[in-house]
Design a binder for this molecule. Structure first.
Ligand SMILES: C[S@@+](CC[C@H](N)C(=O)[O-])C[C@H]1O[C@@H](n2cnc3c(N)ncnc32)[C@H](O)[C@@H]1O
Length: 204
């Protein structure tokens, strides 16, 4: 852990992820969660105010201690009793088939082995469970995609391992999920950073 990753980056992420444009996605996606929910890469807990009454429990998972602390503070502010665990998506320290919903928001970009992370997400979902996601990733326009490839090696070290060019839809399908809903498109902002994949996937 460096001073930057330990002290600076968590604060920057917390500020950047409060963007109003991102909030519109949270507002659409998170209320669809139901039952026992696992949030992988919970970060500073910015989805917590958007969970609806159909949620019986929220468990958060994140490798970053400062972000887990902020998620605990956000939970207290939201009046929610949640459990926040230390861990990585590639080795989720939880039982098989225990969750109705797994939620990820702008996290698949940063998981070093996202394929292994998705396999773990599939393992912890109940047979009828769903993955709800909003993620940024590779753009369909060749010019933008070229910039995503060029920028990723420069961006990744300063942005917590974030890849701009991951093919989110293909990765989710490759992990064995079936996509029940998918919306894609740019949000406002520089195009290499803003092509979004938003949807719901079942275990298939
Ligand atoms: C851009 S932040 C998004 C945080 C939060 N989901 C949100 O919407 O505000 C990416 C998050 O992924 C987490 N992350 C990075 N590597 C991870 C891994 N291997 N497993 C789980 N989470 C990871 C980071 O610690 C961080 O909280």
């Amino acid at each position: 852990m460096s001073f930057y990753n330990d002290r600076v980056l968590p604060r920057l992420l917390n500020l950047a992820m409060r963007d109003k444009g991102l909030e519109a996605y949270r507002c659409r996606l998170v209320p669809a969660a139901e039952g026992r929910v696992l949030e992988v890469g919970i970060g500073s807990g910015l989805n917590l105010p958007f969970y609806g009454p159909g949620v019986t429990e929220v468990v958060g998972l994140d490798p970053s201690a400062p972000l887990r602390r902020m998620a605990g503070e956000q939970a207290a502010r939201s009046g929610m009793g949640i459990r926040v665990l230390e861990g990585s998506a590639e080795a989720i320290p939880l039982e098989d088939a225990g969750f109705d919903t797994v939620l990820t928001t702008w996290t698949l970009c940063s998981i070093p082995d996202a394929g292994a992370g998705l396999a773990e997400i599939r393992r912890v979902l109940k047979p009828a469970g769903h993955l709800l996601f909003v993620e940024h990733g590779s753009a369909p326009d060749a010019g933008v995609a070229r910039w995503q490839d060029r920028l990723t090696p420069l961006w990744k070290p300063i942005a917590g391992g974030c890849h701009l060019n991951r093919p989110i839809e293909a990765m989710i399908r490759r992990a064995g999920f079936e996509l029940a809903d998918l919306r894609v498109g740019y949000m406002a902002g520089p195009r290499p950073f803003t092509f979004m994949y938003e949807g719901r996937a079942s275990k298939g």
